[in-house]
Design a protein around this ligand. Structure first.
Ligand SMILES: *[C@@H]1O[C@H](CO)[C@@H](O)[C@H](O)[C@H]1NC(C)=O
Ligand SMILES: *[C@@H]1O[C@H](CO)[C@@H](O)[C@H](O)[C@H]1NC(C)=O
Ligand SMILES: *[C@@H]1O[C@H](CO)[C@@H](O)[C@H](O)[C@H]1NC(C)=O
Length: 537
């Protein structure tokens, strides 16, 4: 029988797969022990070879043993994963002995970790995230070139372990050889439309790590509020934040977030979107935004940043110099989307400037002039930059610009942008702020960023993509449940091989994975339909 909501929405429900299994009286509820895998990984590794050999895991006395480099980055990860796998009781017995003798022990009581390098800590778009994991009776070995691969492998190891009905921890003998398909697997949070408290950003980073995302794209400010606390220009948040005491990210907050992410192999790439989407900058920085005119008079309203004032670029140079220090990642995201021209067109100073520059009445030239100056400022700071697609819709900019495609007809745009020779990211089909009734995860799952008409050379310019959570209707109360586990579908698309496309198979694994997220404490919503998780929460 359909639920009341389904009766009301019958035309929608009839398109989704909620048919109840046929049962006979006396049968056990068929939802039990069905519809989910047990101990299978998400996202699917490049090569995953499980066997039917089930090995007990020694949860009382489990140890991680370093065979390779040794550093706090790894010991911290061991503590984290001991808790994740066994719960907090592992705390009392967890040891990191280098010399444990495992001969004759056919259980898995040790994970040997051989990371060859990476304790120096550098994390970049080119970091090596590959690893191999080999589990057999009496021996479990994780190897990687860099610590970042080991951290990815620990996540996979944690997912292969499961509990039998009697509560015994077990793992099937398995061989895994894994690396990501794409280098840039991003997730965007918008902290301007609604402020998100640090604890929720950190929780979201844990969810990202569980799904092997590696870039937190932080859309930190926008028209509505300016929560970034600038040491050089404290009035920006002093006047532009929703609340200058409670709704700001201080340098200490940002350091905490960057370090927390780094420990999980996640880069934090900040976005300061200009010259549009900047109204909140105007409260604390007089003379930055364009004054809009009507009938020869200032209307009291403001538009995008005014590129013609002699104070604009000196301010932006100082501002981005600070940002470049506060955020260690190589890349800064410079926005450049949705610039409206009405206010620019109305402003007499801008009209005079257009004439002087010989731009005619082509305001795209003014926008291009602005963006190129900002790109020059940021490259002068030895940083890389990424932009929204509009920037190269106008004209060519520096050839090392990375372009994020977000608008509709994305296949055409990916073909165009890669045809111009730019490295490219896709977001269009992964706007998870949009919600609907029913199991929409498979739509995100099926979208492939290389699925556009183009040469192999063009396809190779696709670095990956970013799933977004624009914040108009999202705050601390629903961030996690709206993003997860739906973002897991994007996580697998960006990590796993292009051949992993079987939705039926994936459904069984993502159902287990969603329960695994719930077990780890995330309010990850149901995504398949009726059923239950075999965990306490
Ligand atoms: C583990 O082994 C059991 C028993 O042979 C088998 O039923 C199960 O499918 C295996 N699980 C995985 C994930 O391979
Ligand atoms: C380590 O680097 C080598 C050489 O680049 C590569 O062949 C291998 O796949 C990498 N990953 C692992 C886990 O060994
Ligand atoms: C900037 O322009 C204003 C007004 O047009 C002028 O008074 C000022 O001297 C200029 N400043 C610089 C540094 O050029």
């Amino acid at each position: 029988m359909l639920s009341m909501r389904c009766v009301l929405l019958a035309f929608i429900c009839s398109t989704s797969s909620y048919a109840l299994p046929r049962t006979q009286s006396g049968d056990v509820n068929p939802y039990r022990n069905s519809g989910k895998t047990k101990g299978q990984p998400w996202p699917m590794p490049l090569s995953y070879k499980p066997t039917p050999t089930v090995i007990p895991v020694n949860d009382i006395d489990f140890q991680f043993v370093n065979l390779g480099v040794h550093c706090e980055l790894l010991t911290d990860a061991y503590k984290r994963y001991a808790d994740i796998i066994f719960g907090s009781r592992s705390r009392r017995s967890l040891k990191f002995k280098p010399d444990r003798d495992v001969a004759g022990d056919s259980t898995v009581s040790v994970l040997q970790v051989n990371a060859i390098s990476g304790c120096h800590g550098g994390l970049s778009i080119d970091s090596d995230e590959s690893y191999t994991l080999s589990i057999s009776p009496g021996k479990a070995l994780l190897t990687s070139n860099e610590t970042w691969g080991a951290i990815k492998g620990l996540e996979t190891f944690s997912q292969l372990i499961y509990q039998t009905s009697s509560g015994q921890y077990v793992v099937n003998a398995t061989e895994v050889n894994d690396r990501p398909r794409f280098k840039h697997r991003g997730l965007l949070l918008d902290t301007s439309r609604h402020y998100l408290r640090k604890e929720y950003i950190l929780q979201n980073l844990d969810a990202m790590a569980q799904n092997k995302f590696n870039v937190f794209h932080w859309h930190i400010v926008d028209d509505q509020s300016f929560p970034y606390f600038s040491q050089k220009f404290p009035d920006l948040s002093g006047k532009g934040a929703y609340n200058p005491e409670t709704h700001v990210y201080t340098p200490a907050d940002i350091t905490d977030i960057v370090n927390y992410a780094w420990r999980r192999g996640i880069r934090v790439m900040v976005e300061f979107d200009t010259p549009g989407h900047t109204l909140s900058w105007g409260y604390g920085q007089a003379g930055l935004l364009t004054k809009c005119y009507k009938g020869g008079k200032f209307t009291g309203e403001y538009g995008p940043i005014d590129p013609t004032l002699n104070t604009t670029f000196p301010f932006l140079s100082q501002f981005f110099a600070e940002v470049a220090q506060v955020f260690p990642d190589h890349y800064i995201f410079l926005g450049g989307d949705e610039v409206g021209y009405d206010c620019w067109q109305s402003n007499p100073g801008i009209t005079a400037f257009m004439k002087k520059m010989g731009f005619g009445d082509d305001y795209t030239k003014l926008e291009q002039y602005y963006m190129q100056k900002v790109l020059d400022i940021v490259s002068g700071l030895k940083k890389g930059y990424m932009v929204w697609q509009e920037v190269v819709d106008l004209a060519k900019v520096a050839e090392d610009t990375i372009v994020n495609v977000w608008r509709d007809k994305w296949q055409d745009e990916m073909a165009r942008v890669t045809g111009m020779g730019y490295k490219t990211l896709l977001s269009n089909c992964w706007y998870l702020n949009y919600i609907s009734y029913g199991p929409d995860w498979s739509t995100y799952y099926k979208c492939d960023p290389q699925d556009f008409p183009g040469t192999a050379q063009q396809k190779s310019l696709v670095l990956g993509g970013t799933t977004t959570m624009w914040g108009e209707y999202v705050d601390d109360t629903n961030l996690i449940s709206r993003f997860w586990p739906r973002a897991a579908a994007v996580g697998e698309r960006l990590w796993s091989d292009a051949s992993v496309t079987d939705v039926g198979e994936a459904q069984l694994r993502i159902a287990e994975h969603r329960c695994r997220m719930v077990k780890r404490g995330f309010n990850a919503e149901e995504l398949i339909g009726p059923g239950y998780c075999d965990v306490e929460y």
